[in-house]
Design a protein around this ligand. Structure first.
Ligand code: NAD
Length: 359
């Protein structure tokens, strides 16, 4: 099978972790007889430096024309003081909007080998952590109008939070359909005791519930959800929520599973062309030191094979290799614990490649 992948290395640790994921894909292609070709795309701070724009239109076009996009991470302190519309993260927001990916799916699953790395008590972890957060990605407060004006001699900032019924409905359907493929429990998270957009959200979810009678729908306020994720994460199967709440809750969920460096995510819309990335940022504090954990990006590549290229066996092959390396006791610094063998980014990538076995 031939597939063209748009590759965005980005900033900070982005190039290091993406390079390891590409080496893994190269070996998988050899093992299974596929041809993956790659189109380099500049986005983020490096694109600002090179083109004066975090995502030039022709770069976005390359992504839209690809079969899927693999992204490292963008941003860093170097670009902290650039104007809002020029920030590296703006490139990412424009990429998501341009690709029309409105659903971000983040698994929060504990790897048994890393149970010790969870900051939660053993009694909580032992009950199991395995849920998915389905987050609306291209609406809400991140995409509303942002402005700072002067009123009565002081600065006033306004961020608009807007959702249409159809935007809520399409992400709601992804939530219900995801739950149908899992344990058929969907928790809709909002702040309907305060926000109008949340009251509409809740109304739409309950209207949709009638179409998915096999799924048990529950509602939870976002502040309660933040508490429940640390108190008893085993209660969740699928959480569906709006953009900003999902952003915050999915970072919290990643922490309880051990390390932010282990978790991939997929962003999908109406076409098969998805955006695959680790959930963490560009980690400028450890960039260039060859100590970043590449596993989140490697697993993002596996998700790409599974969800966009219909290559379930190849995805299993990568996930099994990661598991074998963890079983053998190898850890990058972020997931290291006493008695394990500490390795860097490149070595972790090489170990995963050595353990790739065609099933
Ligand atoms: P971050 O996720 O980059 O880092 C948070 C902490 O986790 C740091 O201590 C970092 O060293 C560690 N960490 C992250 N990934 C790791 C990995 N793979 N291996 C080992 N340790 C890892 O978050 P931040 O520091 O808040 O943000 C840094 C920059 O990244 C900012 O400019 C931010 O805007 C940007 N960002 C980008 C994305 C993206 O590109 N999707 C997402 C979040 C943040």
């Amino acid at each position: 099978m031939n597939r063209n992948i748009a590759v965005i290395r980005g900033d900070g640790i982005g190039p290091e972790i993406v390079n390891q994921a590409l080496l893994v894909l190269k070996r998988v292609a050899e093992l299974y007889g596929h041809t993956f070709t790659y189109t380099d795309v500049d986005m983020g701070g490096c694109a600002i430096d090179k083109w004066g724009d975090p995502l030039p239109q022709e770069m976005l076009q390359k992504c839209i024309e690809s079969d899927s996009v693999l992204l490292g991470a963008v941003g860093g302190p170097k670009w902290n003081d650039v104007p809002g519309h020029m920030r590296p993260e703006k490139g990412l927001l424009r990429l998501r909007a341009g690709m029309g990916v409105y659903s971000n799916n983040r698994p929060a699953k504990i790897w048994p080998q890393l149970a010790d790395a969870s900051p939660l008590k053993e009694s909580i972890v032992q009950k199991g952590i395995d849920f998915i957060i389905v987050r609306e990605l291209i609406g809400g407060i991140y995409f509303g109008k942002h402005e700072t004006v002067e009123e009565n001699g002081e600065a006033v900032s306004i961020d608009e939070l807007r959702y249409t019924e159809s935007e809520i409905e399409r992400i709601g359907r992804i939530g219900f359909e995801t739950a149908q493929k899992r344990n058929k429990k969907l928790c809709s998270v909002e702040k309907s005791n305060v926000l109008d957009s949340s009251r509409l959200w809740k109304k739409v979810m309950h209207r949709l519930a009638a179409e998915y009678p096999d799924v048990e729908l529950s509602d939870m306020l976002v502040d309660n959800c933040a508490m429940q994720i640390v108190k008893d994460p085993s209660q969740f199967d699928v959480i569906v929520t709006e953009n900003m709440f999902g952003d915050i809750l999915s970072d919290e969920a990643s922490m309880i599973t051990g390390s932010i460096g282990m978790i991939p995510s997929s962003s999908l819309g109406a076409t098969g062309c998805g955006l695959y990335e680790p959930i963490h940022g560009s980690a400028p504090d450890i960039a260039g030191k060859d100590i970043a954990n590449p596993i989140g990006t490697v697993l993002a590549a596996a998700m790409m094979l599974r969800y966009s290229f219909d290559m379930a066996e190849e995805a299993d092959c990568i996930e099994n290799a990661v598991s074998a390396v963890l079983d053998a006791g190898y850890r990058t610094g972020d997931i290291f614990s006493e008695g394990c063998k500490k390795v860097g980014c490149t070595e972790m990538g090489s170990l995963i490649i050595e353990n790739l076995k065609k099933g």
